[in-house]
Design a protein around this ligand. Sequence first.
Ligand code: SAM
Length: 453
Amino acid sequence: MAKPRTLDISPPINRWMNDTLDRHALRKSVDILAIRIPPPKTGVFIKSHQLKSCIMDLPRIRTVVKDDSYSDDSRLVLLKVTDEADLEPAEARFLKEQGGSLTKHTLQLDYSYWTAEDILKAVLPECLCETPPTGFAITGHIAHLNLNKEYLPYKHLIGAVVLDKNNAIRTVVNKIDSIDTQFRFFKMELLAGEPDYLVEHHESNCRFTFDFTEVYWNSRLHHEHERLVDLFDPADVIVDVFAGVGPFAVPAGRKGCAVLANDLNPNSAKYLRQNIINNKVDDVVRARCEDGRDVIRNAMATVAEQPFPPYTGPRLTRTEERRRHKEVKDNRVPPASPAVELPARSRITQFVMNLPDTAIEFLDAFRGVLSPTQPWGQKLQEIYGIAMPMIHCYCFTRELELENARSDISQRVAAKLGHTIEDFDLHLVRSVAPNKDMYCISFRLPRQVALNN
Ligand SMILES: C[S@@+](CC[C@H](N)C(=O)[O-])C[C@H]1O[C@@H](n2cnc3c(N)ncnc32)[C@H](O)[C@@H]1O
């Protein structure tokens, strides 16, 4: 049985750095043995089963290198062994039979070799090394850390390592204080890299531009944005009450949906408008900057007064358009049939309310939205008949058992609507803290609530 071979290639311990990273202190020379061979014999050695357990197989270290100490073309096959006495008899025998000569070789490892985790384990105080903070969320070119307070004395050092070890990152920030209570963006401090907070972030095949210090964005909601947009029918008319910079509204528009997208933060509304234009959905997505309560109250009349254009098919990217054009030209698909005259879209089918802290509080604004006493009330009743829109309302709960969460959330919703909701779907979005979960409750607006005076 061959002995297990281990080389210590961990970075040298340097716990004196405090908050300034000294990359030059992280160097290491490791003396090993190598087999000097002429190039044609390389395969014989590296493929031999006799040498399998002693040949170098460490990550990012080449097994065969040129032998610089000789002017001929000799190669060195590196071994994970430091002393000839460590070779097994079968290994030594194979070397002798094949005419391989042993020589010493020194591996030179430096800062560029090790991972962020290796480095932080070598430079942070020992008590902080067990799980070094190498995780972060990515927004465009920004890595966003949320450091626990014990790591704060080393925040710039940690930021520098994260920046060095992630090619796509140009800016590293740490979240400070709690989130802005109304508009949900957070204060951040620069740890490393450029003080550039204007990001371009790609999600759901759309391009989003925004200033990360001024608006809400959470890359961890990517799957939730996709899940909901997947549920929509392309002919839907959607009101996104708390739209942010458009992660539901813009992809829904690309699908063909008509969207009234609103955010009270003027900066969110500004970037929302820009993202609508950049993603070429300005004919079907309209931006607003109003309080969500007013939007809910007025949306049905607004859309009835100014209907959206009819659904005409999904937006194609330029590449998709070119591909489609070619397929038609090659007779692989039939040309588009002449457009059927569809009616303009004047009936809202979905409301999205992603403000989990307080969205449920806004639900009472639905009371009486179709009341005959409202301006447009009679007309709206004709438009809606019995087809009430769906509401997708995000919320937090401290009830961690699904059944308890169901009753907690549905009771809070019912209290605000003034009506029980029996038929609803509850989707766990994510755990935001050990004792706090985020959910999306989806239900149809009860007609009695909409007609309530
Ligand atoms: C949690 S963020 C969600 C943004 C976006 N829908 C998303 O999924 O990323 C909530 C948004 O609601 C906006 N907001 C807060 N209070 C509001 C209000 N009273 N009316 C309308 N928008 C509001 C905030 O500015 C923020 O952009």
